[in-house]
Design a protein around this ligand. Structure first.
Ligand code: KDG
Length: 315
C-alpha cells in the first residue's frame, strides 16, 4: 500500500565543494536529485508511504539512486532498471554570490525512455494521490504521453492527481512548455505552482486571480508558492496567505519539492488548508539550508518541533 506515487526522473547530482566556475572545481560530492523523488523523500521523512516510479540505468549510478531513496524510506519496488540507457546526471554550479546553476547530462537517459506500456496500472491504482511535475513531460515524447495518460487514468479512477508545472527552461522551449503543461491543469485536483510559472502559464501571478482561474478549471486545491514571501493556498472554501519560515539560504533548488511534500502530507492527514500551507512552508524553508535537495529535510519529530514552536511563522 502506498499513499502517494510520484513518477519522474531522478538524477545523480554532483555538488561542487567551492563557489566558483566548474572549470576551477576539483572536488564534488554526489547526491540524488529529481523533483518527484524529492517529494517522495519529503513525504517518507514525515512518516508517509511514498513510492517513486521511474527507470534508472542498470549501472552504478542507478544502483546508487535506488539505494539512497530506499534508505530514506521511499518504496522503489516499481522502478525499472534499463540495461540499454544510462542513469541521468546533473552538475550544480554556485557563483561566489551563491547563485545556483544546473547543467544536465540526461539526454537519452533511462528515465527519458519510460513509456505507457511500462506503467504498472495496478500499482498506481493503490495510490491515494499521484504526483507528477512538468519536468517529466519535458523529457521525451514517450514521457509526455505517460503523463497525459496517467493524468487521465487518475481522473477515471477517482485518484487525486497532484501537479507541479516545474518549468525547466533548459529542457524545452517556452512555447512547448505552455502547450503541454496548460491542458494538464484541467486534469489535476491539486496544483502546486510557483508565481513565475503562474505568470507564464496563466498570464497572472496575482494570488487571488491564479486561484480563481485554477478553480474554474476544476482544480480543487491550489498552492501558489511565493518564494521568500511564503505561499497562498486555497481549497475553494477558504484561501490564506502563509508567511515564509525564516532560515539561512544555502541553495534554493529543491525548495518547491519540499513545499509539495509538506503540503501533501497535510492533505493526507486531513488538515485544514491553512495548516497544509504552513506544513509546506516549513518543509520548503528547511530544504534551502543545505546543498542537496533533500538532505536538509527533517524527520517527523524534528518537523513537529518546528511546527509546534512556531505560533506565527515570520520572515
Ligand atoms: O526541483 C529540484 C529539481 O529540479 C532537481 O532535483 C533536479 O529534477 C530535477 C530537474 O530535472 O531539474
Amino acid at each position: 500500500m502506498h499513499e502517494v506515487v510520484t513518477i519522474g526522473e531522478s538524477l545523480v547530482a554532483l555538488i561542487p565543494d567551492s563557489h566558483t566556475k566548474l572549470r576551477y572545481v576539483n572536488t564534488f560530492s554526489k547526491v540524488v536529485a529529481g523533483a518527484e523523488s524529492n517529494v517522495a523523500v519529503g513525504l517518507a521523512k514525515l512518516g508517509h508511504k511514498a513510492s517513486w516510479l521511474s527507470k534508472v540505468g542498470a549501472d552504478e549510478l542507478g544502483h546508487y539512486v535506488i539505494r539512497e531513496l530506499r534508505a530514506e524510506g521511499v518504496d522503489t519496488s516499481a522502478v525499472i532498471m534499463d540495461s540499454d540507457h544510462p542513469t541521468g546526471l546533473m552538475i550544480k554550479e554556485f557563483t561566489p554570490s551563491l547563485q545556483s546553476s544546473v547543467y544536465y547530462y540526461r539526454k537519452g537517459s533511462a528515465a527519458s525512455t519510460l513509456s505507457v506500456d511500462e506503467i504498472d496500472w495496478d500499482f498506481l491504482r493503490k495510490a491515494k494521490i499521484i504526483h507528477i511535475s512538468g519536468i517529466t513531460p519535458a523529457l521525451s515524447p514517450s514521457c509526455k504521453e505517460v503523463v497525459e495518460v496517467v493524468a487521465r487514468f487518475a481522473k477515471k479512477e477517482g485518484i487525486p492527481f497532484s501537479f507541479d508545472p516545474n518549468i525547466r527552461k533548459k529542457l524545452w522551449s517556452m512555447e512547448e512548455a505552455i502547450e503541454t503543461l496548460t491542458p494538464l491543469f484541467s486534469l489535476a485536483d491539486l496544483v502546486l505552482l510557483g508565481d513565475e510559472e503562474a505568470q507564464i502559464l496563466l498570464g497572472t501571478d496575482t494570488p487571488e486571480e491564479v486561484v480563481s482561474i485554477l478553480h474554474q478549471k476544476g482544480v480543487s486545491t491550489v498552492a501558489l508558492k511565493l518564494g521568500e514571501k511564503g505561499a497562498y493556498v486555497s481549497d475553494g472554501k477558504s484561501a490564506h496567505y502563509i508567511a515564509a519560515h525564516q532560515v539561512t539560504v544555502v541553495d534554493t533548488i529543491g525548495a518547491g519539492d519540499a513545499f509539495n511534500a509538506g503540503f501533501l502530507a497535510g492533505i493526507l492527514e486531513g488538515k485544514p488548508i491553512e495548516v497544509c500551507g504552513r506544513m509546506g512552508a516549513i518543509m520548503g524553508a528547511l530544504a534551502v539550508g543545505s546543498y542537496g535537495d533533500t538532505e536538509g529535510l527533517p524527520d517527523r519529530s524534528a518537523f513537529d518541533a518546528v511546527m509546534h514552536n512556531t505560533q506565527e511563522v515570520q520572515r
